[in-house]
Design a protein around this ligand. Structure first.
Ligand code: BDR
Ligand code: CA
Length: 307
């Protein structure tokens, strides 16, 4: 039986590629897409998710969730992904209507309706998931597993010296999730830098695979510039897609179980994932990816785009 996913996303350029990978993979079924504010304001993220879903020929329901973090104002990453979040290439990203219902309620209903069966994949700030946990703590035990694109892992931050954007954007929510008892695996930004960076040749190969390939590459236009100039990479990287690849096929990742927490507040440590690499506290509460097989990730991406 195909595995069932629920995807929580602040849909912008790399989230959209991750959605393509899931919606076009016959080994998984997506029960719902829940949308959260993050890379872009909520309304834009919802439109981006709906556009991507339609492009994939999918009818999966899309639900809007929180338009801001739990305890602070939204600070978007439009300087990374473009004003529309999709590279500002002129896509018609308006006029579509999400399904009725709040993302947090949908998360609760879907997970509690099928205990142990739902794999949750989070690609944005954890505001929706934390809200669901605060409303119904039992979902922590009822989720099969949660794969989280979040944290810097063993590398530097991408939005501050220490922190990765999704945890930095809503650190209190990230802390609620990692402390909830939910079984989770972090796929941090270090995995993206090391195993999911696309230079011009790799990008051209994906783009040559057809209309979905063109979509997945062209919407990286603004990220590509940011990645080269700010992150000093050879091209754009795809953090959400590599997390999605691990969620689809956990066997492609090496993971370590450790005690994992998140720093809150507004200082330099805001949103920094705290990973007890040497198990000084010896209370594992989650896992963190330390390696992902790039070829397996690229194959999943290629098959989704070309298939
Ligand atoms: C994460 O932040 C967002 O900009 C990306 O979509 C990804 O989820 C990477 O730090
Ligand atoms: Ca994202």
């Amino acid at each position: 039986m195909s595995r069932r996913l629920v995807i929580d996303t602040d849909t912008a350029s790399d989230d959209a590629v991750a959605l393509v990978m899931a919606l076009r993979n016959p080994a998984v079924t997506v029960d719902a897409i829940t949308v959260v504010a993050g890379n872009v304001p909520l309304d834009l993220a919802v439109q981006n998710a709906l556009y991507t879903r339609d492009l994939c020929g999918s009818a999966v329901p899309v639900y809007a969730g929180r338009d801001a973090p739990l305890m602070r104002a939204l600070e978007t990453a439009q300087f990374v992904h473009g004003n529309d979040g999709m590279g500002d290439i002129g896509l018609p990203l308006s006029g579509r209507t999400p399904n009725e219902g709040h993302a947090a309620d949908v998360l609760i209903e879907t997970v509690m309706g099928s205990p142990g069966e739902i794999t949750l994949v989070t690609l944005g700030p954890l505001s929706n998931v934390a809200t669901a946990l605060l409303r119904e703590p039992q979902i922590a035990n009822a989720v099969g597993h949660c794969f989280i694109m979040g944290g810097a892992g063993a590398g530097p931050g991408n939005v501050s010296a220490l922190a990765e954007f999704n945890f930095w954007a809503d650190p209190e929510a990230a802390r609620v999730v990692v402390r909830s008892g939910m079984p989770f695996t972090l796929v941090g930004w270090d995995m993206s830098v090391r195993h999911a960076t696309f230079g011009p040749d790799d990008a051209a190969r994906i783009r040559s695979l057809g209309p979905l390939g063109e979509f997945c590459i062209d919407i990286q236009a603004v990220v590509d510039d940011y990645a080269r100039t700010q992150s000093h990479l050879i091209g754009f990287d795809l953090p959400d897609p590599i997390a999605m690849a691990v969620a689809i096929d956990p066997g492609i990742a090496t993971v370590e179980a450790h005690h994992i927490d998140v720093m809150i507040g507004d200082g330099e440590g805001r949103g920094k994932d705290i990973i007890d690499w040497l198990d000084t506290r010896r209370r594992d509460n989650g896992s963190v990816a330390t390696h992902v097989v790039r070829e397996a990730f690229v194959t999943l991406l290629t098959e989704a785009v070309a298939g």
